[in-house]
Structures are given as C-alpha cells and as structure tokens.
Ligand binder design. Structure first.
Ligand SMILES: [Fe+2]
Ligand SMILES: [Fe+2]
Length: 176
C-alpha cells in the first residue's frame, strides 16, 4: 500500500474519503508533473497543492460549504510549470504573485471543466495581492489555507533540513 501524506499530519490519506474523490485528478499526468518543481523552498509544488486541497476540503466540509470544489481548486490553484526562482530573477516577485493564478487557471481549464466557484478560487487565491475580490466564501477560505500551508511547509517538514536552511542564511549574513 502506497503512502500519501499532507504536511502536518501522519495520516495516510490514501485511505480517506478525500482520496476516493480526488484519486483521478491526483494521479493525472498534469498534477503529478508538479513534483518536479520546488515550492516555498522546503517542498514540492505537488505537495503544496495537495496540502491546500486536503485542508481546504476538510474545512469546507466542516462549514458545510462546497467541499468538492474546494478540493479541486486547491489541487489546481498553483498548476503552473515554471521555476518560481527563475521567474522572479527576471521580473519582480509581485508580478509572479499576480501572474501565476491566471496561468494556473488556463492550465486547469485544459484538464477539466471548472465551475464558477472553482474558477474564482483559483484565479483569486492570491487575494489581497490581486485586487479582484473573492465572490465566494470558499475563495476567502482558500486564500487563508494557502498561506497557512505555506507557513507549515516551511517550518514543519524535516527539521534537519530547516536547521540547515537557517544555518545557510546565517552564513550568508556573516559574509555580508
Ligand atoms: Fe499561488
Ligand atoms: Fe499556493
């Protein structure tokens, strides 16, 4: 039995209702392709999208919101295939923040038909960096879940790796 976990939990989510719902999309070539990209320094874009999708699903289910759309939009919200570091080396980081949700939406629409709520969640997940205001409660939630996941992805996984990263930063500072 394979193991699939979200950051911050030891549970194998392959035996969950979430996995039953999302297995096809999770195993699609397009989503699996995100494993090649580093994200938020400490993880992969696949793991980040999985984290956002899973927590989004759970929270929306708890509040009796549209949990299925939340899971789909969470998984596809950062569906873009370029190296963020490379991009921000050439253009200001704020451009990437504004540009990538649109790119993710275009890529997502090539895979499947999205409903209005999913489109809103993907294209506005960077709110308030992007000025367009969310239309749905689920969109406000994804903006929070996305930021929460970025934080735990940076701090929780592989404490050794996090310590090495801190040491690397300190060494850089000492050279300055
Ligand atoms: Fe994003
Ligand atoms: Fe994200």
């Amino acid at each position: 039995m394979q193991n699939l976990k979200v950051t911050g939990s030891r549970k194998n989510i392959m035996q969950s209702e979430y996995y039953d719902l999302m297995a096809d999309l999770l195993n699609s070539q397009e989503v699996q392709g995100l494993k090649k990209y580093q994200h938020h320094i400490m993880t992969t874009r696949f793991q980040h999208c999985l984290n956002v999708s899973y927590y989004n699903y759970k929270i929306c289910r708890f509040f009796k919101l549209d949990a299925n759309s939340a899971a789909i939009a969470g998984l596809l919200h950062d569906l873009y295939y370029y190296d963020t570091k490379e991009y921000t080396r050439r253009k200001p980081a704020v451009k990437h923040s504004k540009h990538h949700p649109q790119r993710a939406l275009q890529n997502a629409e090539k895979i499947m038909e999205l409903n209005d709520r999913e489109r809103d969640m993907i294209s506005k997940h960077m709110w308030p960096v992007r000025l367009a205001r969310p239309r749905y409660a689920e969109t406000y939630l994804i903006t929070l879940v996305d930021k929460y996941c970025a934080l735990i992805e940076f701090i929780l996984p592989q404490p050794g790796r996090f310590r090495r990263f801190c040491r690397h930063l300190c060494a850089k500072e000492q050279k300055l």
